[in-house]
Design a protein around this ligand. Sequence first.
Ligand code: G16
Ligand code: MG
Length: 217
Amino acid sequence: TKKAFIFDLDGVIVDTAKYHFLAWRKLASTIGVDFTEHQNEQLKGVSRVKSLEKILAWGNKSISDAEFTRLMGLKNDDYLTYIDKMDEQEILPDVTKTLDFLRDKNQHIALGSASKNARMILEKVNILDKFDVIVDGNDVTKGKPDPEVFLKSAQHLNVPPEHCIVFEDALAGIQAANNAGMISIGIGEKDILHEADYVFTDFTEISIDFLNELISR
Ligand code: G16
Ligand code: MG
């Protein structure tokens, strides 16, 4: 039977985490909050609202709802200046090869991202047409580690969760995949993604044999 391969966006297909970091750090500094790369790790896969809530909590700041909305807008405007300059060169190594292999094998391919900018980014790097289904931050009410984003992808494709394989770079995303009852594949560091069923540094480490094994199991 056909499997569904669900890809996270930031940190799996493209390294937009570095742009989120720059934009959040700039915003944090304007409100007088220190922001480190270690803290940034905790924002991976986390929604925009939740990210700002965490930054405010780290800095012991409390602000009005109107100010909260304004700060989220500032961060996103800054983030979009980086996104605007993106092109195909920013697709991470062997991602396109993996997508094309799965397509050749007649598998379902979905995107499951927390980002509200997901479609725009896929268009920028010119791989929007490789996805059968896109579920992103505009389609969900509960963020990762809640399984909603991945379960919605599976429902759209009419594939049961146990036949879905999720590629994720964030611990919250691995937990979301596990909570959905799907196979979780971490892309990144083993010590951060230890809850995943498998972990690889990047797609260059994922062999054709392993993909075939996932397809036929
Ligand atoms: C991504 C990032 C998160 C970011 C979130 C929301 O999720 O990993 O750091 O906060 O999207 O992004 P935006 O502000 O563009 O809506 P994912 O799930 O693609 O890794
Ligand atoms: Mg991610």
